[in-house]
Design a protein around this ligand. Structure first.
Ligand code: SAH
Ligand code: SF4
Ligand code: F3S
Length: 466
């Protein structure tokens, strides 16, 4: 079907670009926020802003914020305080708060920091130009109403020239009892397969080699696009999408995140196995090793189902890397339940785990329960789990020793300029040196066979082989 051309009332029509000054964006939180920041930077550059050398030099500052845990939220207020002070002697400074804290707090932020010019929720990222034009006309603007997200991705200014993030579904319809995401990111909205493909083809034509499809619950992709085959099979699933984009020339690697165990299908595992560009790397948060805690979290699966998924992946792809998120000290979690989480980590041998102590969040059910655990318990459990994660990851990395791995070069190792850095298909960070004459044989974007000769908990080193 051909799209009907429409005039977008949100899009200012003036084509002229004038120099506007400099901008700075600081991004907190997850990959969705990073992807939103890249689109906002693209919009600003199209408007005539240049990137500033530092946050205290910019004429326009955006904090793209995260509220997943209380400490993430508090960080923003200290940054904002510094800028508010700056604004008192620099009245032309524009101060913007975007992302999830903006959505959660809305108008209240203007009362807390009256120097703010614009408060904008994540669904408004693509509308930055329109919102700033309101600010230019002298208004203090709050944009947190529910939006159908505008399809406007062509202008992203991406940090990497090799690996690109591509949003495929926005929002989340789950109701995990600890989680603030559904209330700040809104309902699920899938992008069409065609729009996603167009964006990836654009990236391929610019020389990008790897893409990561993004969604808070990526397994929900396509649920809202409502195409069902005559046999009753849902079209537009994540699996269909992987097939649909697989042949795009130039793209060598495809990843996706985040998977939800409740919806993770065998069909998806089969597709990952069959499609050569889809990397053997799965990020599937399990959150807790105890079924009663999972129930209290309203996650909708048991730990037995989770283990089954991991077994199915490893039957077909034994060397696949598995990473996850886990929460310790959820309300009511007993020692025994905590130890179940530790024993799952030993059993699965995760390649990487993001760990966090439970943090009560506004407008979430678990925050109001009276079985909250103390700070001491949180700190102690976090310490214990982190030391286990490190030793398990190191043990799991042993399988790379002596292997020849395909490394997609991303750039120079920031800590050692004599080394290049890249990643294995399984997403393990890997470093290797220039040749013995001190020259580079490879450049970003190359895929190099590297023999792994050193392992650490979270990275590898090796020697390129011809
Ligand atoms: N959509 C993903 C992850 C969303 S948020 C999923 O369903 O798993 C990223 C991670 O932050 C979560 O996986 C969880 O481990 C952690 N998290 C979310 N809310 C939290 C809270 N209130 N306290 C501590 N950690 C939390
Ligand atoms: Fe939060 Fe659960 Fe949605 Fe993940 S699936 S974003 S944890 S509500
Ligand atoms: Fe944080 Fe919002 Fe992402 S709360 S984790 S930035 S969706």
């Amino acid at each position: 079907m051909l799209a009907t051309p429409t005039i977008n009332p949100d899009k200012p029509q003036s084509p002229s670009i004038e120099a506007r000054g400099t901008y700075w964006i600081t991004t907190f939180g997850c990959q969705m926020n990073k992807a939103d920041s890249e689109r906002m930077a693209g919009i600003l550059e199209k408007m005539g802003y240049n990137e500033a050398n530092g946050e205290l030099e910019a004429d326009l500052v955006i904090y793209n914020t995260c509220t997943i845990r209380d400490n993430a939220e508090q960080k923003v207020y200290s940054y904002l305080g510094r800028q508010a002070l700056r604004k008192r002697s620099l009245p032309h400074l524009k101060l913007v708060i975007a992302g999830c804290v903006a959505q959660q707090e809305g108008e209240a932020l203007l009362r807390r920091v009256p120097e703010l010019d614009l408060v904008m929720g994540p669904q408004h990222a693509n509308r930055l130009e329109t919102l700033l034009s309101k600010v230019d006309s002298g208004q203090q603007v709050v944009a947190t109403d529910d939006q159908h997200i505008m399809e406007d991705v062509t202008t992203a200014r991406r940090d990497s020239k090799i690996c690109g993030w591509v949003n495929v579904i926005y929002g989340c319809n789950e109701r995990c009892t600890y989680c603030v995401v559904p209330s700040v990111r809104g309902k699920e909205q899938s992008r069409t397969k065609q729009a996603i493909k167009n964006e990836i083809e654009g990236l391929a034509s610019l020389g990008y080699k790897e893409i990561t499809l993004l969604g808070q619950n990526i397994d929900a992709y396509g649920r809202d696009l409502q195409e069902v085959t005559p046999e009753g099979k849902r079209k537009n699933s994540l699996s269909d999408l992987l097939h649909y984009i697989h042949e795009i020339k130039g793209i060598e690697r495809i990843r996706f995140a985040t998977s939800h165990p409740r919806y993770f299908t065998d069909e998806l595992i089969q597709s990952c196995y069959r499609l050569p560009k889809v990397c053997e790397h799965f990020h599937i948060p399990f959150q807790s090793g105890d079924n009663d805690i999972l129930k209290a979290m309203a996650r909708g699966y048991t730990i037995e189902k989770y283990i089954k998924i991991i077994e199915s992946i490893r039957t077909l792809m034994p060397n696949a890397s598995i990473s996850a998120d886990v929460i310790v000290a959820f309300p009511g979690e007993s020692e025994k339940q905590f130890y179940k989480t530790l024993s799952i980590i030993k059993e699965v041998e995760f390649d990487q785990l993001n760990t966090a102590a439970y943090s009560p969040r506004p407008n979430t059910p678990a925050a109001n329960w009276d079985n909250q655990l103390s700070e001491e318990v949180k700190i102690e459990r976090l310490r214990e789990i982190n030391s286990l994660v490190e030793s398990v990851a190191k043990k799991r990395n042993l399988r790379y020793l002596g292997n020849i791995e395909e490394i997609l070069v991303e750039g120079i190792n920031q800590k050692d300029s004599n080394q290049l850095m890249g990643r294995t298909r399984t997403n393990r960070l890997t470093f290797f040196p220039q040749n013995t004459h001190g020259e580079w044989n490879y450049k970003p974007g190359d895929i190099v066979n590297v023999k792994i000769d050193q392992i650490r908990s979270f990275s590898l080193s090796g020697t390129p082989i011809q």
